[in-house]
Structures are given as C-alpha cells and as structure tokens.
Write a protein that binds this ligand. Structure first.
Ligand SMILES: Nc1ncnc2c1ncn2[C@@H]1O[C@H](COP(=O)(O)OP(=O)(O)O)[C@@H](O)[C@H]1O
Ligand SMILES: [Mg+2]
Length: 222
C-alpha cells in the first residue's frame, strides 16, 4: 500500500496559518520513514491524516488507490482495523485486561478464520518482543517499557501494511527507547510493513531509511 500525499493543506482554524501547507510526497510501501520537526510543527497532524483519524482541508491522502476523504465510514473503519497499526507515546493498554486480552482486542471485529490464528500470532509476537512470560500479567504490574512493547504487539496483531508510531519512545528511558527502536526495526524487516515514526529523537530518526523534516508547514527529505 503506497501512500501518496497530494497538495495537502491542513488548517485547524481560519485565523491561524495552515499547520500543513501544500505537502506532496509519495511513500512507497515496505520502507522505514521518520518525520522530525520542532514541537507544534504538525507531525502528529500529518500522522493523523495518514491514519485516517482526521482529514485535510484540501488535497488528498491516498492509501493505495483509496482517497481517504472519499471513503465511507465503514471503509475507513476497515482500513484502520486491518491495514494500519497505531502506536502512541503512551501505551494505552487497558489495566483491567491481561496482556493477552489487550493484544486480542483489535481482533474482535474480525471474522472467525482470522480470530482462530490470532492466539498463535499473539504468542509468536510476544516471543519476538521478549515478553512470552508476561502473557497473563496485568499492565499495572509491568514497566512502561514492557507495556510499550505489548502495545507494539497489539498494533501488529491484525498484520497491518502500515505501522504509524507517534513518539513511540517519548515516555521511555534511554535503554528502553533503544530496545523499542531495535524491536520496531526488527519487526519491520521481518513482516515488511511500512514503518512511519514521528519523533524528536534524532537517534531514532537516523535509524530509519528516509527522514522527512517538517518545518513551517513544509516538508523536506534529508
Ligand atoms: N485538534 C486541534 N485543534 C486545533 N489546533 C490543533 C489541533 N491539533 C493540533 N493543533 C495545533 O496544530 C499545530 C500542530 O500540532 P501537532 O500536529 O500536534 O504538532 P507536533 O506533533 O509536531 O507537536 C499546533 O500549533 C497545535 O496547537
Ligand atoms: Mg505530536
């Protein structure tokens, strides 16, 4: 699923200048990308537009051949559930559910065949992130770094084509941040999804294949 942004303009209110001001890029599938830029430069805004969580004032976001602004809400739900994984700065695991139950939540809307493979996929992914022994643990009893690794597993349980990570290491200490970055890259090369990471960590950004700079509503490639 290639991502194509065409003349994107995003402005939250008429009086402010546009957060994104005529952005056009093509992001071929299967690579690793970072988006860097100062706080407030519109990184999350851009990620939300790609993730169909929000829409531009003008211009197009195309996921494969689908123009997100023209898709029905049912189509968008399916795209978000099946094609895109999301990881945020905080893990957003539900405290009353175990690790396994949290991971399986995105599988609930899916058909039976897909659900049947989900337990095996969950176990395999937990093994990849080194947390097989935490499968029945509750998030409150785990470190933030471990919870963030579970959030990564949850984001991949439906085998997305695209993983969007908004400041995924922003709440982590240096050691956990390095570990999470290594994991994201390992999983990307194994499963071959497109990885787009928003970050203000240059260390993280530099490990991605392509780095985009977002400044004053414009994007440039490093
Ligand atoms: N829902 C919103 N309503 C109004 N303004 C917003 C909204 N979301 C973000 N903004 C504004 O848009 C700008 C870019 O925000 P954001 O995309 O969160 O930047 P970044 O992620 O790079 O820190 C900021 O000035 C912010 O205040
Ligand atoms: Mg942000």
């Amino acid at each position: 699923m290639d991502i194509t942004l065409i003349n994107l303009i995003k402005q939250y209110n008429d009086t402010d200048k546009p957060v994104l001001n005529d952005i056009s890029i093509k992001i071929p599938e299967g690579g690793t990308y970072s988006i860097v830029g100062p706080s407030g430069s519109g990184k999350s805004t851009l990620l939300n537009l790609i993730g169909t969580l929000d829409f531009p004032n003008s211009g197009e976001v195309k996921l494969g051949s689908i123009v997100t602004a023209n898709a029905s809400s049912k189509e968008l739900e399916e795209i978000r559930n099946r094609k895109i994984g999301f990881v945020f700065q905080t893990h957003m695991l539900l405290p009353q559910l175990t690790v396994l139950e949290n991971i399986l939540l995105p599988v609930l809307p899916r058909g039976k065949v897909h659900q049947e493979g989900a337990l095996e996929r969950a176990k395999a992914l937990l093994n990849e992130v080194g947390l097989s022994n935490k499968i029945d643990s509750f998030p409150g009893k785990m470190s933030i770094g471990e919870c963030q690794r579970v959030a990564v597993v949850r984001s991949l349980i439906n085998e997305p084509d695209l993983l969007l990570a908004d400041e995924p290491t922003g709440s982590l200490d240096r050691e956990s941040a390095t570990k999470l970055t290594d994991l994201l890259l390992k999983l990307q090369s194994q499963y071959n999804f497109t990885l787009i990471t928003v970050t203000h960590s240059l260390e993280l950004a530099n490990q991605m294949g392509v780095t985009y700079n977002l400044v004053d509503g414009k994007i440039t490639q490093n």
